[in-house]
Design a protein around this ligand. Structure first.
Ligand SMILES: Nc1nc2c(c(=O)[nH]1)N[C@H]1C(S)=C(S)[C@@H](COP(=O)(O)O)O[C@H]1N2
Ligand SMILES: [Mo]
Length: 386
């Protein structure tokens, strides 16, 4: 029987695949893997929380306090995702030679392991890549980002769990091993062993510092990579979509807020709204894209408007807040449960003591505690109580 003689490249690949990792590779892979595990876990949990707020499941009641909760969770989501980018690249670099094995598949178990690794690497690169594009406002992909990002996270996490299960013994060894390098070993390998992990750590920390200022105002001066400076914008607050971009023309004296529910319908002028008791509160805009900034808002609590229809706010199931904007995904939002009843859930007329700037939603905008920015509807024209 004739056997083909393997090429030198195949021999090299076979040797690389069967040779146990040297201690350095194992150690680097384990530390990077653990750091990635921490980032991915925080990113997943905060991402699920954000998803639940934007797509509330019927079995779950989400609180409206603490006021700054979403600002913290979404800040963590974006920061841990960004911190993971250099770590993932370093990890891929450290284990690159292990990604390609010869023969490619050695049976069913091996095939599944290889497949899960492919999904994990592909899924991680996809999540971090599209996440960064989304932060930069570069919507080059032709799909609705948040829905795909959500589903891809489950696929990636599934592959991650399989991977961690398979690599646990190796990771334990890698983390436990404290290399006591002999002088020759240090001389032979050069100082890069520990240096590699340190470099990856510094790269990751720098990315955090260069972006966290989008949420943590004292860091704003460092945050050269953050798309927003939380201190800059009309009335000292950044703007996501301007009135012009949303197609909002000038709002004149003919403006009415339509308040409806239970077959009743009221049309309120701005003066009607101004003559109602006003509440003033410091509340953040916390954009899903990771920037956030606080403002001092004044306006009418939504529950007072519900009461104006003769309804007990405790009985209302939901309130839909609709914008004057004609098209666009974020022209309406729903208030449920605690958010509906919270005395700080306002239809704001003023920001920092002045009437709203057109880009912040003049004449009237929704602002509620612990809520994603995408749900803080601007240019409100209609409120429907159900
Ligand atoms: N009608 C309407 N409201 C909207 C939006 C929109 O596109 N249309 N964008 C939302 C998003 S994504 C954010 S982050 C906040 C930003 O509010 P600001 O521009 O006043 O800072 O407004 C929200 N309200
Ligand atoms: Mo946003």
């Amino acid at each position: 029987m004739l056997t083909r003689r393997p090429s030198p490249a195949e021999v090299a690949a076979r040797v690389a695949a069967t040779r146990p990792d040297d201690a350095g590779t194992e150690r680097r892979a384990a530390w990077l893997g653990s750091a990635l595990g921490v980032c991915f876990t925080i990113c997943l949990l905060t991402g699920l929380y954000s998803h639940a707020l934007q797509n509330p499941p019927s079995w779950l009641t989400l609180p409206s306090r603490p006021v700054d909760l979403y600002r913290v969770t979404q800040g963590l989501h974006v920061v841990t995702g960004l911190a993971a980018v250099p770590l993932l690249l370093a990890k891929l670099y450290a284990v690159y030679h292990r990604l390609f094995t010869y023969p490619a598949v050695r049976g069913v178990g091996h095939a599944l392991e290889r497949l899960s690794l492919l999904v994990l690497v592909g899924g991680s690169l996809f999540q971090l890549g599209t996440g960064v594009m989304n932060l930069a406002g570069w919507y080059a992909f032709g799909f609705f980002f948040t829905a795909v990002h959500y589903w891809a996270s489950w696929v990636t996490v599934g592959a991650l769990l399989i991977h961690v299960g398979l690599k646990l013994p190796q990771a334990r060894r890698g983390l436990a091993r404290t290399p006591a390098p002999t002088e020759e070993a240090t001389a032979a390998r050069g100082p890069d062993r520990r240096g590699f992990l340190t470099t990856a750590g510094i790269a990751s920390g720098s990315v955090v510092l260069a972006t966290a200022g989008g949420t943590v105002a004292p860091l704003a001066g460092f945050s050269v990579l953050s798309p927003r400076d939380p201190r800059v914008g009309p009335q000292g607050l950044p703007v996501n979509r301007t009135a012009a971009a949303a197609g909002i023309g000038t709002v004149d004296a003919s403006y009415r807020l339509v308040l409806e529910g239970d077959g009743r319908r009221l049309a309120l002028t701005l003066d009607d709204l101004r003559s109602m008791p006003q509440t003033t509160a410091e509340l953040p805009i916390a954009c899903v894209e990771g920037w956030s900034a606080s403002g001092v808002w004044s306006g009418v609590p939504v529950r007072d408007l519900v009461a104006l229809l003769g309804r007990d706010p405790a009985d209302a199931a939901e309130v839909e807040v609709r914008s004057l904007q004609r098209t666009g995904r974020y022209r309406s939002s729903l208030l449920l449960g605690p958010h509906l009843r919270d005395p700080l859930t306002l239809l704001a007329l003023r920001l920092g003591g002045e009437p709203l700037h057109p880009d912040h939603g003049y004449p009237l905008r929704l602002i509620a505690p612990n809520r994603p920015g995408v749900l803080q509807t601007k240019w409100v024209g209609r409120v429907t109580v159900r």
